[in-house]
Design a protein around this ligand. Structure first.
Ligand SMILES: [Zn+2]
Length: 73
């Protein structure tokens, strides 16, 4: 019984940790001088520097070739 409670506590801790870690990063509200603009992937919404993102003909940004092929989602 003691181990069951410990296991439940560990599971709860892991769940809370996952929730905190899984929060999407907030887009920067203002860019300091010299900083690169951040854009969101049109497929998954991940943010990255504009130079690291792939761009397609429609001006949409993607984090990877796979997401560029999949298109906006
Ligand atoms: Zn993506």
């Amino acid at each position: 019984m003691k181990y069951l409670i410990l296991m439940l506590l560990a599971l709860a801790g892991w769940w809370i940790w996952r929730r905190l870690k899984g929060r999407p990063p907030a887009p920067p509200s203002r860019l300091p001088p010299g900083e690169e603009a951040m854009v969101a992937c049109s497929h998954c919404g991940v943010y990255g520097p504009v130079s690291d993102m792939l761009r397609d003909g429609d001006g949409l940004h993607y984090c990877s070739e796979a997401h560029r092929r999949l298109g906006p989602g």
